[in-house]
Write a protein that binds this ligand. Structure first.
Ligand code: UDP
Ligand code: MG
Length: 325
């Protein structure tokens, strides 16, 4: 818990990934200042700039210069949301680390609830979306399908309707740091590691300003990382499909032989042949593709590249204290 006498050690770190959020930052700062005023204990706010190309960086740096509780960490390019929150959690110094969106979709009152559960002794406290305002029907529907599908495909306990808004205790952060996987599905990783976990419910607000930074492509990628990273059921699909088709062809073969012996009219059948050949080559390509996805993942793991590159870091309160005379 709090290291008494160490005035630079934060109790709570708020990690906020930022990608082109200039529209929402002024409102965010106001909200955060109000939130810090009601949190018991020392708070640090670590804003990870995931390669923003707008005024976000300048605005955060300015804020960090004015208020040492703010820290700006700028990545060298856009690494994606999951890499950005990984960077934030690895660099955060607090005893508890909370990840939340920059767009004010995650309400501050819920942050207080997360902290309350943590003080009760839970190492990981997830925030589950009871409702989601301002999302398209398409997003709600695909998300619901995805979480249920994922739960069916993996043995890992990944809570449904939980995004990356959660509190993580220092101990779980250390475990997280020891998981260097490249294609990250952070919510799955925390579900996987166990510890005492609790869930707090909240109603997700609409984005305060700006538009979603999760393109359809990024959403598909995240879903793929979730499935491929936590399940090998797709790989086994090839095995089972192969087995069933082989059995089918065996029976069909027996039928053809019987026809050749007892009947006539074997010459026709061009259509069935064409259908079979194209169907089977389709299945073949599909299965090779699935294997390819896993091989590609292995390839990325083997290269062992860093998950993110920090280009600029204003340092936290510790840095501010160290440079003070
Ligand atoms: N974000 C990021 N890198 C990206 C995409 C998004 O750091 O490549 C940040 C974004 O600024 C926001 C959070 O991740 O703070 C969640 O993104 P967003 O709110 O656009 O997603 P949604 O809530 O619509 O799913
Ligand atoms: Mg959002």
């Amino acid at each position: 818990m709090t290291q008494m006498g160490d005035a630079t050690h934060p109790d709570i770190s708020l990690v906020i990934p930022v990608f082109n959020e200039e529209a929402v930052l002024p409102a965010l700062f106001i909200r955060l200042d109000a939130l810090m005023a009601v949190i018991r204990g020392r708070v640090e706010i670590l804003m990870v700039d995931d390669g923003s190309r707008d005024a976000s960086a300048a605005m955060i740096v300015k804020r960090a210069a004015a208020d040492p509780r703010y820290r700006y960490v700028g990545l060298s390019r856009n690494f994606g949301h999951q890499a950005a929150i990984t960077a934030g959690m690895e660099l955060a110094a607090g005893d508890a680390v909370i990840v939340m969106d920059a767009d004010l979709q995650d309400p501050p009152e819920t942050v207080l609830e997360l902290i309350a559960r943590w003080r009760e002794g839970y190492e990981i406290v997830h925030a589950r979306r009871r409702s989601r305002a301002g999302e398209t029907r398409f997003k709600l529907w695909t998300a619901s399908l995805f979480y249920r599908g994922l739960r069916a495909l993996t043995k890992v306990d990944i809570p449904a309707d939980v995004g990356d808004f959660r509190l993580v205790d220092r101990r779980a952060i250390e475990t997280f740091r020891a998981m260097p996987e490249q294609d990250r599905f952070v919510r799955g990783m925390f579900g996987w590691m166990g510890y005492r976990q609790a869930v707090v419910e909240f109603d997700r607000d609409e984005r305060a300003a700006g538009v979603t930074k999760y393109s359809l492509g990024k959403m598909v990628r995240l879903a793929l990382d979730g499935v491929v990273g936590f399940s090998d059921v797709p790989l086994r699909l090839a095995l089972w499909t192969g087995a069933i088709i082989s059995l089918g062809s065996l029976l069909y073969g027996a039928y053809v032989v019987a026809m050749a012996i007892f009947g006539a009219g074997l010459v026709s059948g061009w259509a069935s042949l064409a259908v079979l050949v194209s169907f089977l080559s389709g299945i073949n390509l599909l299965m090779t593709g699935i294997v390819g996805v896993y091989v590609g993942r292995t390839h990325r793991e083997v290269k062992q590249r860093p998950l993110y590159i920090v280009a600029r870091d204003t340092g936290g309160q510790a840095a501010a204290a160290a440079s003070a005379p």
